[in-house]
Design a protein around this ligand. Structure first.
Ligand code: TRP
Ligand code: ZN
Length: 496
């Protein structure tokens, strides 16, 4: 099973990134991690605002093939149909604004490991309602619109395709990303960081966020859930269409769907009453009858984190329990949890971790993948805050000592310099969290939490870099924090 590094580390002493075991046991094996690159001097904490975009690259040096230049997506309308034979066919409408004059543009779509099963077939492409030319090669779908687009113009691209391919190995961690089918038959999407374009044509980079409608037509008796709220449910002869709408901007990697004929939507009315957030969980029928007790604390967790981080950013929250991916993942408004976590002692900490990602990762999304510690370090730090909430300062300090000890003994690398082939390394999680512990110790509680709240308010629903966070911290503390951040984020050795 794969469990996020932080909770594995907290409970087993393992310290790598998401880890893998192949069976439903409590043993947690190491994934085939790639060695970290030799770390050199600090990378610059700033990058140019407009990177070197090209037709097929938005300019992210970690993953040049992800994202594309020349346009900004404002909205995705994804329509999927689950056929009786289990095939999923897709129709995605991408609404975008050209940022340059374009006679062609590229969408990320499909896979490079193009075994026939892995590659969806594109059946039609239209731009502004008119048939367009296209060339689908590996992960790029290059579209030639019937007439050139001018900078500033909004345009609508429709892509019909089938089938939606199953999950395939990620370039960033030893885990498959895309559509999964669990042993129970549940089907769902796990996409971080590079799996979104395996199931819908997209500008698959976190710096291009958009609103989403995800509509799924399934045989009657099956349910489909996705991000945001259910805005329509249309029963037809033998089928039901579920229409979900996420009207806050969302990164492509956070889009998710869960489909099963043995699931129920469980609404937490008390949580709604307490928080004003629509809390709904997507649970297998047997679990819906007897949900994990930690789920009862969802409203309390939202309250605790809102007090510390600022208001919860979205209108809904909930978790979906699915089997077969062995981890947890913070999809926007709907985190995914492996059913194996349901009765694990670590469930409560993983719930806090994924909930914290709704602020750090989902509302405030890294502009560049390299800054992934802005997600994982903060979510891991939230675990420490929950431990403090439960056990007071002694529990907080004890846990920090334990994690520093583990980080040292296993030589975790610096959080600001992960490797593109091992993005979710243990150091990103644990040393990322310890960076925030060091900042809190340096500036004191009042200023520290003001920094967090100013940061979440300033960049809500947007993108962030490490430099953005450092700037807020320096501004509110009125200190030069460059030494603190440089040593904690980029030094090989753990400071102190
Ligand atoms: N973001 C996840 C976490 O909360 C880790 C993760 C990233 C992951 N990509 C994944 C887990 C793919 C499972 C599968 O820590
Ligand atoms: Zn995480």
């Amino acid at each position: 099973m794969i469990v996020l590094a932080s909770v594995v580390a907290a409970c087993t002493g393992s310290t790598s990134g998401p880890t893998t075991t192949t069976e439903a046991t409590t043993t947690i094996a190491q994934p085939p991690t790639t060695a970290s690159p030799p770390t050199t001097a600090s990378p610059p904490t700033t990058r140019p605002a407009s990177p070197d975009e090209t037709l097929t690259s938005i300019g992210d040096p970690f993953y040049p093939a992800l994202g594309n230049g020349g346009y900004d997506v404002t909205r995705y309308d994804i329509e999927l149909t689950l056929l009786d034979d289990g095939t999923i066919v897709g129709f995605t409408t991408v609404t975008a604004v050209a940022t340059a004059d374009l006679d062609r543009f590229s969408l990320d779509f499909g896979s490079t490991s193009a075994t026939p099963d892995d590659q969806p077939t594109v059946d039609a492409v239209r731009v502004d309602g008119v048939d367009a030319g296209w060339d689908h090669d590996g992960e790029e779908l290059v579209v030639t619109p019937p007439a050139a687009l001018t900078a500033g113009a909004s345009f609508v691209t429709e892509v019909e395709y089938s089938p939606v391919a199953s999950a395939a190995e990620s370039r960033a961690l030893p885990v498959a990303v895309g559509w999964y089918e669990g042993p129970s038959g549940v089907r769902y999407v796990v996409a971080e960081p590079d799996g979104a374009h395996r199931w819908f044509p997209s500008n698959d980079h976190p710096s291009d966020k958009a609103t989403f409608s995800i509509s799924v037509t399934v045989p009657a008796g099956t349910i489909a859930a996705a991000n945001g709220s259910l805005v329509d449910q249309i029963d037809d002869i033998g089928t039901t269409t579920f229409v979900w709408e996420e009207d806050d901007p969302m990164a492509t990697y956070l889009a998710t769907v869960v489909v099963s004929d043995r699931y129920a939507v469980v609404r937490d009315e008390a949580a709604w009453a307490a928080t004003g957030i629509d809390v709904r969980h997507i649970l297998p029928d047997d679990m819906a009858d007897d949900p994990p007790i930690a789920l009862d604390r969802t409203a309390e967790m939202i309250g605790v984190l809102s007090d510390l981080f600022g208001p919860y950013p979205f209108d809904e929250y909930g978790v979906a329990f699915v089997d077969g991916f062995g981890a947890a993942l913070e999809n926007q408004t709907l985190s995914l949890f492996d059913t194996e976590l349901a009765d694990a002692p670590i469930l409560e900490l993983v719930l806090i971790h994924e909930l914290a990602h709704q602020w750090f990762g989902d509302s405030l999304t890294p502009r560049w993948w390299e800054d992934i510690w802005l997600n994982e370090g903060f979510a891991t730090f939230a675990e420490l805050l929950w431990i403090e909430h439960e056990g007071g300062e002694t529990a907080y300090r004890d846990e920090i000592r334990r994690r520093i000890g583990q980080a040292r003994s296993s030589g975790l690398g610096p959080p600001g310099s992960p490797s593109p082939s091992n993005l979710f390394a243990g150091g990103v999680y644990q040393r990322g969290a310890l960076t925030l512990v060091a900042l809190r110790d340096e500036v004191g509680d009042d200023v520290f939490f003001e920094i967090l709240r100013a940061y979440t308010a300033r960049y809500a629903y947007g993108n962030v870099t490490t430099a953005d966070f450092v700037a807020v911290a320096e501004e509110l503390s009125d200190r030069d924090l460059s030494v603190l951040f440089d040593t904690w984020l980029y030094d090989d050795q753990i400071p102190g």
